[in-house]
Design a protein around this ligand. Sequence first.
Ligand SMILES: C[S@@+](CC[C@H](N)C(=O)[O-])C[C@H]1O[C@@H](n2cnc3c(N)ncnc32)[C@H](O)[C@@H]1O
Length: 258
Amino acid sequence: MILAKSKCKKPSFQIMPCQYGSLAMISRDPNVSCYDEHARAYDAYQLAVVPGYREMLEMVAEACRRYLGPSPRILDLGCGTGNASAMLLEKRDARVFLLDGSAGMVEIARAKISRQAPEALLGGRVADLCSSWEQGLGGFDAVLSTLVLEHLPFPCYRETVKKCFQILRPGGWLMGVEGYEEPGSDMQEWFNSQMEARRKEADIELSDFVAALRETKEVHYFTSKEEKAAWWREAGFLQVTVLWQYLCIALMVGRKPL
Ligand SMILES: C[S@@+](CC[C@H](N)C(=O)[O-])C[C@H]1O[C@@H](n2cnc3c(N)ncnc32)[C@H](O)[C@@H]1O
């Protein structure tokens, strides 16, 4: 399970057994299986249908440019098809490790980054975030996680934030984009209605993807930014701040003390 420290610098890709000891179980999680089955449609869907998606990726890359030193080691947590890493590598140098529960998504991410910047690829792992995904990992300057953490039940979320803290170097950053709900606000309904309008314009393959997401009952665990920020602080993060928000989707950052 330990990331190969290859002298030849060949990135290593690993599949970790999930907590149930069987790979198949990873993909039975509807939050992963629906992505696994529709990995090829994912990029087109995100870009066409999800409001603010590209701007969100740009903001994360900008934050990395602003806060991180030269050639930082980055963990792309819940990398999906690698879009956060790809955008980052368009804007600056970095070395990235890709991790997601879906083998199909990780494979696309690996191929994408290998084409774009092969020297930037540290390796990758298929692992469930509610298992021991962090085994053997460490020394990261930042953990990026875009549109993933909202899929984790709260106890798993809190454990994951603690693990991120452990695997960061002192002074390292956690940068998480996720959906929030705020009491009394209609920002989720507003966001969803924008998505629905875009979906109606999208082609049939993308509409199928959306239908599959609904059928497999992809689960979200939403709460307020204040509550999640409190969990980040509890894990040890300082300077916990929201840097960007589009309706219910926000980029929160926090720093491990030096
Ligand atoms: C909306 S996609 C986001 C992907 C990518 N970060 C992006 O911004 O495009 C959610 C990703 O989270 C992954 N995921 C959801 N729950 C997970 C879990 N428990 N463990 C590992 N990955 C998970 C899915 O496989 C999927 O690739």
